[in-house]
Design a protein around this ligand. Structure first.
Ligand SMILES: Cc1cc2nc3c(=O)[nH]c(=O)nc-3n(C[C@H](O)[C@H](O)[C@H](O)COP(=O)(O)OP(=O)(O)OC[C@H]3O[C@@H](n4cnc5c(N)ncnc54)[C@H](O)[C@@H]3O)c2cc1C
Ligand code: FES
Length: 280
């Protein structure tokens, strides 16, 4: 659904340096789109203008928070479009289409391990909000900037959430070791969900395959259209050989020996993929 919405607030998160530089991480609140249905793990395409000629400037973002009053997006200003988003002000009109993509698995009975790296925490704020039993959730968050730069304090109370500052290689090694130990722990009776930079997802995938843990990776592949029209978001995945048109359903089950490698579109088949089915 395509909606023209109004910016309610935008704040740059976290402290400024002594020279006055900000974190480059922003929390954007837009008035609620009024979707009939959406689920954790989905994303939106956001454009900082309602001018149709600016179609190509839309970018994908996880739904970080969705309440009756607002849609929250947590983003990093990286390049052309996100710098335009960072310059938005309350009252500006933006274009949002969504909710897009498949859902992250959510089962009140299943112990769930969430592994988030940096801005990869974004989809999990909404996930924890919507979970019927947050006490089933353990969340490990690795980050490089001060914790106040991220919506960590926004996580709904009840889940067991720990943050791990990665200042140097030793910290990163310690976090990797923790990720490995946690995946091993959850392999027999829980599920694992992860989002973050690709090297982090590769690491999670390696341990998930090693310990045979049911693991879902939320990808942040570059996207141009978000709706299956441009082929710009293709990733390699393993699909049953009889599947003609790849879909989230075709990728939902455990891997079988006869499954074969194909390109699939992240926006149509994801962004959430089983770790054993997606090749990073
Ligand atoms: C489903 C999904 C959910 C996402 N959720 C979020 C989110 O919640 N918060 C958030 O900050 N970002 C998120 N992203 C990534 C976000 O879409 C990109 O950061 C954004 O498109 C960059 O646009 P730009 O025009 O500012 O950057 P560009 O000018 O296009 O690129 C600037 C720099 O950023 C790098 N870059 C651009 N896109 C990506 C990317 N996807 N991954 C890694 N590097 C990239 C480029 O290589 C380049 O170095 C998500 C992506 C997807 C597909
Ligand atoms: S972003 Fe265009 S096909 Fe996926």
């Amino acid at each position: 659904m395509l909606s023209e919405l109004t910016v309610l607030e935008i704040i740059e998160c976290g402290p400024r340096t002594r020279l006055g530089a900000g974190s480059g991480l922003f929390f954007l609140r837009i008035n609620a789109p009024g979707w009939e249905k959406s689920a954790p793990g989905q994303f939106v395409m956001l454009r900082a203008s309602i001018d149709q000629a600016e179609y190509l400037c839309a970018r994908p973002f996880s739904i970080c928070r969705l309440t009756d009053d607002y849609l929250g997006i947590f983003f990093q200003a990286r390049g052309r479009a996100t710098r335009d988003f960072a310059a938005l002000k309350a009252g500006d009109r933006v274009c949002v289409w969504g909710p897009l993509g498949n859902f992250l698995p959510l089962d009140a009975r299943v112990p769930t391990l969430i592994l988030a790296g940096g801005i990869g925490i974004a989809p999990f704020v909404n996930y924890v909000d919507k979970h019927p039993d947050p006490e089933k959730i353990t969340l490990e968050f690795g980050h490089r900037l001060p914790l106040g730069c991220y919506p960590f304090a926004e996580l709904r109370p009840g889940c067991r959430a720990s943050a791990h500052l990665e200042k140097n290689g030793r910290d990163r090694e310690a976090f990797s070791a923790l990720v490995k130990a946690r995946i091993r722990e959850f392999a027999s009776s829980g599920i694992v969900l992860a989002c973050g930079p690709t090297p982090f997802l590769r690491l999670v995938r390696e341990f998930a395959l090693k310990y045979k843990a049911e693991t879902w990776l939320s990808l942040e592949t570059r996207m141009a259209c978000g709706i299956g029209a441009c082929l710009g978001c293709a990733v390699k995945a393993l699909l049953p050989p009889d599947v003609f048109i790849p879909s989230p359903a075709a990728l939902a089950g455990p891997l079988q020996p006869e499954d074969t490698e194909r390109f699939v579109q992240t926006c149509i088949c994801g962004p959430n993929f089983r770790a054993d089915r997606v090749l990073l």
